[in-house]
Structures are given as structure tokens and as C-alpha cells.
Design a protein around this ligand. Structure first.
Ligand SMILES: Nc1ncnc2c1ncn2[C@@H]1O[C@H](COP(=O)(O)OP(=O)(O)OP(=O)(O)O)[C@@H](O)[C@H]1O
Length: 581
């Protein structure tokens, strides 16, 4: 049998762009995209993508060139997921809430040849380009994306998205992927804990991850998928490509405000959506004018941050059927999922939410997932208590970080990808995150999981959002400090919330300081920027100790950037502390 060899008939490189060609054949007249009053079919989408790919090649885009895009969830953002790789190039979607310094950094680091910019983000793009120009760096060609539904006429130079489509060749032969290990996209990490890193996906990894997530989430034919998750985040957790694979309808929305989401859900009968847990608050806090009745089941895949059980309970009560996944940019989005066991359906709702907030088991494309002691590399006991670092291996894991050998060497060790997340394994094999290694609070030699304290805070009926970080403590080394936002018109005081924690937590885990804030600092993907809160906690401690402001740690310009510099030495220290336990 060994002599049977591969040939073109039985071995084709895997690539997610093949999903579109098939969609155009199989689902030609079905709706592919809805955006305001504009609708396309799968035949239209294939035609538009071929035209755009041909125009990109005419602009001298060749294999492995990077093409960037700065846009919200509009049709163009969807189309480039096919058109750019169909031109042989690598797609780089840029987070629209970054500042111009970060956008410039990404354009420079990725060596982007073309930048597609949605008209609403032109100012940000221009500022980023000005920075590149001042630093004598090369500039990408800019293509403005006007609103396809209600064009504004805004331009910057000659190139405009729709005219590239109009002038492109509809018969352009689809690009043939020769090696499935070739790059398909370049996504920068959220920069929650360190400088954003450029994560490269292969055609093979993207293809397999797409299929595995569709299967894992049980997405059948013709889903109506609302884009409440930014497509720029891990290519929309691969559902950009996935909707073509299932002949789904992409409901594009510019903003994830409550009114837009409720309107889309009820008008288009949305069946599926993904989002960070923070979006549940937007849905739950909607005003009566924004709300619409929800009369059909909606499947939600949530991840990106730990969903507190109290929040899961509330959103499920509204008719949303939540699946909880855990993932990273480096794992092409969701890598583990809390796979639901039917016998759990008979448990009380509180117990169901407690089980569901666990991060779960590996998705199908991962060969393995484990929790290991980072010093001994030994797997931790399945007792729900022994702590270690979550490690992953398999075809969903990135090719590597672009131009970053140092981080590649740290991330890939002993045949595993090391996530930097700290967790436990329960007796049933389900993993539960306790923290990011950088966020663990070490108080008097005890590790405190900030997630556990946050879960208790979320049980308070007036708490809207909560984040717990380490505050320096003269005796214990660190103590928990909670930052909380409260529901509108709440009369509750800080002391009341501390008392609530006292009733539910061991004394050493009770926040020593409670800070009410109007808003918590977040990344665009809805993650709370804990490094910023740690800085604030440090300031609070210095005030508490009456250190004159002149001697306090100064805020530098960099504090306002995504890149946290202050925590660089912390993970190693903390992992060592964890492994000592
Ligand atoms: N379901 C989840 N529960 C808890 N945490 C989660 C979950 N899903 C994702 N996360 C957190 O999000 C992280 C992945 O986020 P992402 O890839 O967007 O960039 P980042 O890690 O936030 O940014 P950076 O690596 O630049 O700091 C995971 O490592 C984990 O800490």
C-alpha cells in the first residue's frame, strides 16, 4: 500500500477559498450577504471576489504580498476574505479601534502593499500613513471603501473599492494554492497583555479550523449569521469562510449597538451569532425602545473572555442558546469548547451555568490539549484544583509569529503551544481557566484567581462589569483590588459590594479595595485591559501610603498605547509561584 502515491485526483491542497467556488455552484441564488437595503447572492459574491482578485493582480499584487483592511463588518470586509487569497496574497485585517500609532506599527511590520479603508476610518488611516511618512517608511496603496448601500462619495486619491470590482475580470481564474502550508492571513493579537504579535495562518489550518468549528457548533445548512463578532478578530473565528461552506446568509452590521442587533435579529430571523461575553450586557441592558421580541432560537458562540455564570444564566433566560468556547488568535479562534452533555439538561439552571462557564475540551482539529506544570512539564491531576498552564497542539495552531523568533521560541516548546493561560482540569476532563498567567494575584504566597473573585462580584444584582487585579500590598505582597461598573441608578455603595464578597469568599480572596467606575478600559474585542487597571491600583496604593505624587510611577506616553510595558517580567515569576504550590 505504501507504493500508492499522491496525485492531483486524490490529493489537493486544503484552502478555505474553495468554499466560495462551491457556494457559487451549489447555492448560486441564495442570499450570501445582507447589509441594510443591499443584498447579494452567492453567485454575486463569487463574481465580485473574482473581479476584485483580478484587480489586485493588476495592481501588481503577487503571491505572499500582504493586503490590509481597516473596516467594520461591512460586505467588503467579508469579500476580502476570499478575494485577497484568490489573488495569492495574505489578508491582514486591522482592528478598527486601535490608535494611529498601532495601525502604523502593523502596516510597517506587515509590509502591507495595499490598505483598504472604510470611509468612516479614513482619518485614522491618514494619521497612521502620516506617521509612516514621517518615519520615512514605505506606504501602502490606499483603496477607499465607500458605503455600498448609501455611497458618500468620500475619496482619498484614485482608488475606490467598487470601481476595482467594476473594472475587474469576472472570468479571472481562481488562484490555485500549490502548498496548503502557504499563508492565508496575518492577524495581530489583541495586545491585552503584551505588544500585539503578528499571527500567521496557513490555508490548511484555516480550512481545517473552519470545518471543525462548524461541526463543533453543530451549524447545519443555511444559517442566518449576524456579524456581532468583528471579522478582524481571527477572521471572525473562521465563520467568514464557514458561511460560504454552509450556504449561510451573512447579516452585516456596522455597529454592535443594542438597536442594530435587535433589529437584525427580528427582521432577518438570525439563527447564529458569535460574541465576547461583554456583548451580552449590551443585549440585556437594551432600552424598551431598542428591544424587539425574540420568537425563535438563537445559537450564540461566546468566548474571548470568561463568561461569568450569572451572566450566562441571564442571557439564556432571554432565549439565547449559548455555547462557550475558549481560544486565542494563535489557535485560529476557538480551540476548546464546553461540549454540552445531554444529561446536564436536567440539572438546575445555576448548576448548568456553572458547568458551562468551564472552557471544556479540545475542538476536533486539535490533536490534544492539556494543562501542565510549566517547570516539570507534567500534566496536572484531574482534581479541579491543581493549577498549570494550558497547552495545545494540532492543526488549528498558527504557523508562527511573523518576524518574531523570540516569541516563537517562547510559544512553541516540547511539541506544545503554550497559551499563557492558567487552569485546572476537572475529573470529567473539562478544563477551566483560572486566570491568565499575568493576571494571577499572589497574596501572602496564595494564588488568587481573579476570575473566581469576578464571578462572585457578578452575582451581585447591581454589578454590570467587574475586573479584579493585583494591588501592591506592603505585607502580603499583593492583594485583590476590584474595579466595578454598576447598573444605572444603583444606590449600592462600595462597602456593600465588599460585604457581598465577604459572605461568599474566603477572607484572603475578598477585595481589599473596591473602585466604582463609569467604564472599564477595554480592547476593541471587549476584553478588559487589566494592565491599565493594575497601573490604577498601583496609583491607589501609592496614594494610600501617602507617597508624594512627584515620586509616584509616572504615566508615560506608552501607558496610553495598547502595548503594556510594565508586566514584562511577571509571567515567569508567577508561573514559578504557581508551580511551587
Ligand atoms: N472562554 C474564555 N474564557 C476565559 N478566557 C478566554 C476565553 N477565550 C479567550 N480567553 C482569553 O483571551 C486570550 C486570547 O485573546 P487574543 O488572542 O484576542 O489576544 P490577547 O491574548 O488578548 O492579546 P495579547 O496576546 O496580545 O495579550 C486567551 O489567551 C485567554 O486568556
Amino acid at each position: 500500500m505504501d507504493q500508492l502515491s499522491k496525485c492531483r485526483a486524490n490529493y489537493t491542497p486544503l484552502s478555505p477559498i474553495t468554499f466560495l467556488e462551491r457556494a457559487a455552484r451549489v447555492y448560486a441564488d441564495r442570499t450570501s450577504i445582507i447589509y441594510r437595503n443591499t443584498q447579494f447572492t452567492w453567485a454575486n459574491t463569487f463574481n465580485r471576489c473574482r473581479r476584485l482578485a483580478s484587480s489586485l493582480n493588476k495592481l501588481n499584487i503577487v503571491k505572499n504580498d500582504v493586503v490590509s483592511i481597516l473596516a467594520p463588518n461591512v460586505p467588503a470586509m467579508y469579500e476580502v476574505h476570499f478575494a485577497v487569497p484568490m489573488a495569492g496574497a495574505v489578508l491582514n485585517t486591522i482592528n478598527i479601534r486601535l490608535d494611529s500609532a498601532n495601525v502604523a506599527q502593523i502596516l510597517d511590520h506587515s509590509e502591507a502593499k495595499i490598505l483598504f479603508v472604510d470611509y468612516q476610518y479614513l482619518r485614522l488611516a491618514v494619521e497612521a500613513l502620516r506617521r509612516l511618512m514621517n518615519a520615512a517608511k514605505s506606504l501602502p496603496l490606499v483603496v477607499v471603501i465607500d458605503d455600498v448601500d448609501t455611497p458618500t462619495g468620500v475619496r482619498l486619491g484614485e482608488l475606490e473599492y467598487e470601481s476595482l470590482i467594476r473594472t475587474g475580470n469576472p472570468e479571472h481564474p481562481p488562484y490555485v494554492v500549490e502548498d496548503e502550508w502557504d499563508p492565508v492571513s496575518l492577524n495581530y493579537t489583541s495586545g491585552t497583555t503584551s505588544a500585539p504579535k503578528g499571527v500567521v495562518y496557513s490555508h490548511r489550518g484555516a480550512y481545517l479550523s473552519t470545518l471543525s468549528l462548524l461541526l463543533q457548533w453543530g451549524v447545519g445548512g443555511f444559517p442566518v449569521y449576524m456579524w456581532s463578532l468583528p471579522m478582524f478578530h481571527c477572521n471572525g473565528w473562521t465563520f467568514t469562510w464557514g458561511m460560504a461552506a454552509r450556504g449561510g446568509t451573512n447579516v452585516c452590521i456596522r455597529n454592535t449597538g443594542a438597536a442594530d442587533m435587535y433589529h437584525a435579529i427580528s427582521t432577518h430571523k438570525v439563527t447564529h451569532m458569535c460574541c465576547a461575553p461583554i456583548v451580552f450586557n449590551i443585549i440585556l441592558e437594551a432600552t424598551p425602545e431598542q428591544r424587539r421580541p425574540i420568537n425563535h432560537p438563537i445559537h450564540v458562540l461566546t468566548g474571548g473572555a470568561p463568561p461569568p455564570p450569572a451572566l450566562l444564566e441571564k442571557i439564556q433566560g432571554l432565549g439565547f442558546n449559548v455555547t462557550h468556547a475558549y481560544g486565542l488568535t494563535e489557535a485560529t479562534g476557538p480551540a476548546m469548547v464546553c461540549e454540552w452533555q445531554s444529561e446536564w439538561n436536567s440539572l438546575p439552571l445555576v448548576e448548568q451555568s456553572r458547568l458551562k462557564q468551564r472552557q471544556g475540551v479540545s475542538v476536533l482539529t486539535l490533536a490534544d490539549a492539556d494543562v501542565k506544570d510549566p517547570e516539570t512539564m507534567v500534566s496536572v491531576n484531574r482534581d479541579g484544583k491543581s493549577i498549570g498552564e494550558i497547552v495545545l497542539r494540532g492543526s488549528s495552531i498558527m504557523k508562527g509569529y511573523y518576524k518574531n523568533d523570540v516569541e516563537n521560541a517562547k510559544a512553541f516548546k516540547d511539541g506544545w503551544f503554550w497559551t499563557g493561560d492558567v487552569g485546572v482540569v476537572h475529573a470529567d476532563g473539562y478544563v477551566e481557566i483560572k486566570d491568565r498567567s499575568k493576571d494571577v494575584i499572589i497574596s501572602g504566597g496564595e494564588n488568587i484567581s481573579s476570575v473566581e473573585v469576578e464571578n462572585v462580584l457578578y452575582l451581585h444584582p447591581d454589578v454590570l462589569e467587574a475586573a479584579v487585579v493585583a494591588m501592591p500590598h506592603p505585607f502580603w505582597g499583593e492583594s485583590p483590588c476590584a474595579f466595578v461598573t454598576m447598573r444605572k441608578n444603583s444606590q449600592v455603595k462600595e462597602e456593600d459590594v465588599i460585604d457581598h464578597c465577604r459572605c461568599k469568599l474566603p477572607k484572603f480572596m475578598v477585595p481589599k479595595k473596591m473602585v466604582f467606575k463609569d467604564e472599564l478600559p477595554k480592547t476593541n474585542t471587549g476584553k478588559i485591559l487589566k494592565f491599565k487597571l493594575r497601573e490604577m491600583a498601583k496609583e491607589l496604593e501609592q496614594e494610600h501610603l501617602n507617597i508624594p505624587s512627584s515620586r509616584r510611577v509616572n504615566k508615560t506616553e506608552e501607558d496610553n498605547r495598547i502595548t503594556p510595558r510594565n508586566d514584562q517580567d511577571r509571567p515567569q515569576q508567577q508561573i514559578l509561584a504557581i508551580s511551587r504550590l
